[in-house]
Ligand binder design. Structure first.
Ligand code: PGA
Length: 252
């Protein structure tokens, strides 16, 4: 059975002092026995702190992720960060298409697909976020929306698609304290799994994470669902005790 992946998405939070304290707490907890049980752990941090977090986490088994990456290789793109730059800091994962980027930075399905393609070519695993808004769910369009978002990435990446991580993040559940029920989440994950299966014979390899107010109290039930292979954690990733509880729930 593949290990589950618990990835923290710190968003635009942190400081040198706060990061050191948070990572210290996580590392201390991870060093305590998980009785041989294992989960993959990553933190997706603001670009400004990649160097700091790389130094702190080196050799700890905590993988480093970015929250975005440029679709361009290099050049006159002010403010953008390239895959090569991320690789300089040992970055293993790049979140692409987070709903906050789609919403506040007008990122399209095509741009998200191009970012995923660029990351894959550089050997960085894109964590491709998909998810419907509340209005879309209420209009019965959840399946259509997530399939359209994932289809763009499948189309651009062909057989490499088995190398991505998918995160299903219903927009109405992000940062709101309203979590999808395990049944609601599993239903969408099953749709995404079927879509991946039609695209690659290695679909079982793809980790499909749930994200959206996953926390210490609800993680175990969500992670017990057949097609939920981990979590993308925002708010609860900023408290070491909560993050550790979620990791423990994944390490079964
Ligand atoms: P949340 O964020 O856990 O705070 O809802 C999840 C995310 O946006 O990745």
């Amino acid at each position: 059975m593949k290990q589950k992946l618990i990835a923290g998405n710190w968003k635009m939070n942190g400081s040198l002092a706060a990061n050191a304290a948070l990572l210290g707490g996580i590392q201390h907890g991870l060093a305590q026995a998980f009785n041989g049980r294992k989960a993959q752990v990553a933190v997706c941090v603001p670009a400004a702190y990649l160097s700091q977090v790389q130094q702190i986490t080196q050799g700890s088994g905590i993988e480093l992720g970015s929250q975005d990456v440029s679709a361009q290789e290099q050049g006159a793109y002010t403010g953008e960060i390239s895959c090569a730059m991320l690789k300089d800091f040992g970055v293993r994962y790049a979140i692409v298409g987070h709903s906050e980027r789609r919403q506040y930075h007008a990122e399209t399905d095509a741009l998200v697909a191009a970012k995923a393609q660029r990351a894959l070519a550089a050997g960085i695993t894109p964590i491709v976020c998909v998810g419907e808004t509340l209005a879309e769910r209420e209009a019965g369009k959840t399946e259509e929306v997530v399939k359209r978002q994932l289809a763009a990435v499948i189309h651009a990446n062909g057989h490499c698609i088995s190398e991505i991580v998918v995160a299903y993040e219903p927009v109405w559940a992000i940062g709101t304290g309203k979590t999808a029920t395990p049944e609601q989440a599993q239903a969408v994950h099953a749709v995404l799994r079927a879509q991946l299966k039609a695209a690659t014979e290695h679909s079982d390899r793809v980790q499909i994470l749930y994200g959206g107010s996953m926390n210490a109290a609800n993680a175990a039930e969500l992670l017990a669902q057949a097609d939920i292979d981990g979590g993308l954690i925002g708010g609860a990733a900023l408290k070491s005790a909560d993050f550790l509880t979620i990791i423990a729930a994944a390490a079964r």
